[in-house]
Design a protein around this ligand. Structure first.
Ligand code: FAD
Length: 272
């Protein structure tokens, strides 16, 4: 089937095309989409891309951070002011993949991918959508829950607050092959401390469900506790609660459930 490419000047034009053309897919870095093309996927015949400068804009000054959906992992790694995000950005493939892979594309990446999306979940990020009816913003968690219901939505950016203490943000990815490899699982956590106790913890998992998920039971169990072996024990005990990990060639669902508590414990105690 012939494949055509349309390049729009604005995000709104791209969103309108995606909304009206059933056979259209948005092309960002193409690390997944072009693989699908090369593998003979004929479920789409039009690739839509955009030259809109907002798509690749990074606003990193101050407390509020905005990353255009077209920002690549390589650009995040080059931004010193985003040092707290370097671990999840570096976790995506090798250098060639990172030079193309985008923030927006990672929100659509299927299991076991989505490591950066897990990090964004722990930052309580919001997703900006460009729609034919104007821009809309929704929590990333809600977006991921309904991801399959709106496959032709166009993500224009993600926004989140910078952690007041960069050391409060942690990320760990467990793989079978190093330095790169798809996730057995990944964990991101934002663990603000007040008077030596955790207040408002956010913990997110990658590869522990159909999409990256928040570990709500863990968050509840951490509230008001110190980051000590005794303090985190109740959280580790419920590490697998609310998860539904798939079985794949990297690990079984059983193994993922068994090991999540071990990895969580190391992350919380800073041993990861
Ligand atoms: C060798 C290799 C290793 C990889 N390793 C990892 C890894 O370790 N961890 C990981 O998480 N991922 C990994 N990936 C997957 C992928 O590279 C990343 O998830 C990347 O962030 C996807 O972004 P992209 O811009 O390349 O997406 P694309 O391939 O351009 O698009 C992927 C899908 O998302 C849709 N899409 C993209 N951007 C938007 C948008 N802004 N709005 C609406 N829809 C959009 C596309 O239409 C398409 O359906 C790997 C891929 C490869 C090929």
């Amino acid at each position: 089937m012939p494949l055509s490419v349309r390049t729009t000047e604005t995000l709104a034009e791209a969103a309108a095309l995606l909304a009206t053309e059933r056979a259209a897919r948005f092309l960002a870095g193409g690390t997944l989409l072009m693989r699908a093309v090369n593998e003979g996927d004929v479920s789409f015949s039009l690739l839509v891309r955009t030259r809109d400068p907002n798509f690749v804009r990074m606003r990193t000054a101050g407390g509020r951070i905005e990353l255009g959906a077209g920002v690549t992992m390589a650009r995040i790694l080059a931004a010193r002011e985003l040092a707290f995000l370097h671990a999840p950005a570096r976790a995506i493939g090798g250098p060639a993949v990172r030079s193309m892979a985008t923030v927006g594309g990672n929100l659509f990446a299927e299991h076991p991918y989505g490591d950066f999306a897990a990090a964004l979940l722990a930052l309580d990020a919001r997703v900006q959508l460009a729609t034919g009816f104007g821009p809309r913003e929704i929590p990333l968690e809600e977006f991921l829950r309904g991801r399959d219901r709106h496959p032709r939505a166009l993500v224009s950016a993600v926004v989140f607050e910078r952690p007041s203490d960069p050391a409060a943000f942690r990320f760990h990815k467990m793989t079978r092959t190093r330095p790169k490899g798809a996730a057995v699982l990944s964990i991101a956590a934002h663990l603000p401390l007040s008077g030596g106790r955790i207040t408002g913890a956010r913990v997110a998992y990658g590869a522990m469900g159909k999409t990256p998920i928040r570990a709500r039971a863990v968050e509840r169990a951490l509230e008001g506790r110190p980051l000590s072996p005794e303090g985190i024990a109740p959280a580790v005990a419920v590490a697998a609660e609310g998860t539904d990990p798939p079985t794949d060639s990297l690990a079984s669902a059983w193994y993922r459930r068994r090991v999540i508590g071990v990895v969580l414990r190391r992350l919380l105690l800073g041993e990861g």
